[in-house]
Design a protein around this ligand. Sequence first.
Ligand SMILES: *[C@@H]1O[C@H](CO)[C@@H](O)[C@H](O)[C@H]1NC(C)=O
Ligand SMILES: *[C@@H]1O[C@H](CO)[C@@H](O)[C@H](O)[C@H]1NC(C)=O
Ligand SMILES: *[C@@H]1O[C@H](CO)[C@@H](O)[C@H](O)[C@H]1NC(C)=O
Length: 376
Amino acid sequence: MKEDVQKMVTISNQKQKLWLAITMIMLIFLQYGAVVGSQRVPAMFVFGDSLVDVGNNNFLSSLAKSNYYPYGCDFRTGTPSGRFSNGETFADMIGRLLGIPYLPAFADPNTVGTRILHGVNYASAAAGILDETGQHYGERYSLSQQVLNFEATLNQLRTLMNGTTLSQYLAKSIAILVFGSNDYINNYLMPSMYSSSYNYNPSDFANLLLNRYTRQILALHSVGLRKLVLAGVGPLGCIPNQRATGQAQPGRCVDYVNQILGTFNEGLKSLVDQLNTNHTGTIFVYGNTYGCFGDILNNPASYGFSVVDRACCGIGQNQGQITCMPMQVPCQNRSQYVFWDAFHPTEVASAIIAWRAFSGPPSDSYPVNVQQMSRI
Ligand SMILES: *[C@@H]1O[C@H](CO)[C@@H](O)[C@H](O)[C@H]1NC(C)=O
Ligand SMILES: *[C@@H]1O[C@H](CO)[C@@H](O)[C@H](O)[C@H]1NC(C)=O
Ligand SMILES: *[C@@H]1O[C@H](CO)[C@@H](O)[C@H](O)[C@H]1NC(C)=O
């Protein structure tokens, strides 16, 4: 994927104006922190990695933490929360669009009693589908541990409602799963620390991930979840961290990295088809993260971005070698940057992805979007 100037020129003015308008609305929406409309679903449960962690790693012995300034510098409370963003995450915004307040982190000892009723966030920075992924960062809740943690929440929920009420509550709740990035960045693409790239070719590795993922998705289904959003992996070859490896020419993404993700994303989409066929009364959705980010990176100006290859906060080439350091001064014009740090999008970039997942066409969110899912 390249930032193709030619493409930018050919975008119709109409589309550009539309996206500028939507981005402005999203910015206003972010600034006022409005919950849009009334609550559409009883609860939301979020599983994943640092893209959606809301502070679980604050409670773990991990090097992957973001509970220091300037993380959270645009967050409503103005304080770092453990989110790997200048503000909200993708899942916070989906929650807001569904009328769900910020979810508590599972690892927080205060996440007990009625605080869990709107849902819980289990996401953990450095976590992957594979248990060993990200181990060089220290503790993290891998996918399988997050499923066990959800089962612990279920035990608490059983003390708050009877069986009939609980199964209806779970069936109407939405689960968001954001996994796979670390299985590449902090496993497969790190041959000095992980052996997976010696043992598997890219396609076999993607299938390994999909097999393990399927097992855990079916476990969540078997305990009562009926609406699951499976977010695909974005164009990791374009993040400042991968650009800084020197494997890409200036102004280009690392094409090899983007290519090897293809099998995983295609497989995840076809898994969604299979799951929807095999489990009636259940709706699985594939989020086309790759396509939505690709669109932003190919047409940055139409979304109001001017910087796509450098992080707003970071060190080294493309500000992408080391993640944003404590007390480092971030860039000023954060809404003009696609990437906040070496690995993570800015709040505005996440807002566009969230908006597309919530209300976009099947090319963004397949076979239905999150809004349609919430009404089923
Ligand atoms: C479960 O709780 C709901 C709401 O409190 C109530 O209407 C229903 O009768 C209860 N069902 C059983 C089987 O106890
Ligand atoms: C769906 O059902 C088919 C036919 O029984 C089976 O081969 C396939 O493994 C199932 N897939 C999933 C993801 O459950
Ligand atoms: C921020 O954006 C404004 C308006 O586009 C521009 O004038 C200014 O130079 C930018 N500042 C930085 C630090 O990029």
